[in-house]
Ligand binder design. Sequence first.
Ligand code: G6P
Ligand code: MG
Length: 212
Amino acid sequence: MPKAVLFDLDGVIVDTAKHHFIAWRALARELGFEFTEQDNERLKGVSRMDSLTILLEVGGLTLPEDKKNALAAKKNDQYVKAIKQMDASEILPGVTDFLKALKEAGIKVALGSASKNAPIILNQIELYDAFDAIVDGNVIKKAKPDPEVFLKGAELLGVAPQDCVVFEDAQAGIQAGKNAGMYVVGVGDANVLTGADDYVSDLSEMTLERLK
Ligand code: G6P
Ligand code: MG
């Protein structure tokens, strides 16, 4: 049995991709081009500034650093307004029951997210206290697929990487978990994601039995 479970946030605990998409699309339109849902797929698990770089690439624009910082801040203002409307009803299927089962079994849980807004989201959905450790975009220096986010989580929990299981919906996140030497469960379409040790479509498919 693993000693700890580390969860990505966006796409695993809650579906924030739609809120990111609406804010990025609004920014693209202001800049005079369209940004599609298919383009948005490329931003999953990618940091805010790297996401902006991809968006500008889609629009064929090159902008100076100060302008990019201002645009990222503008997108984030709109995104934060949206996530401040979230509540516990937006927790994805199976998450609450699985967290409860882990707690009862004495298995530690940590968050491992690239988002600097993770604390706001966890407070909104009333899950902040469900985690023994929180590692987010405010703490880490290297983006996924670098293993830093998950290694830091394991360190805070005092558990060896090989005793940790990671749940991730993004390809870069699956890679980060594998680079950390952990067992990785891909969350989403097993035909699209690669490199994980197991796959579920959402956490309602996960039980303590299966985790063993
Ligand atoms: C997660 C999401 C990405 C997002 C990143 C940074 O990894 O999957 O789409 O760009 O977090 O989020 P932030 O809230 O810091 O802008
Ligand atoms: Mg994710």
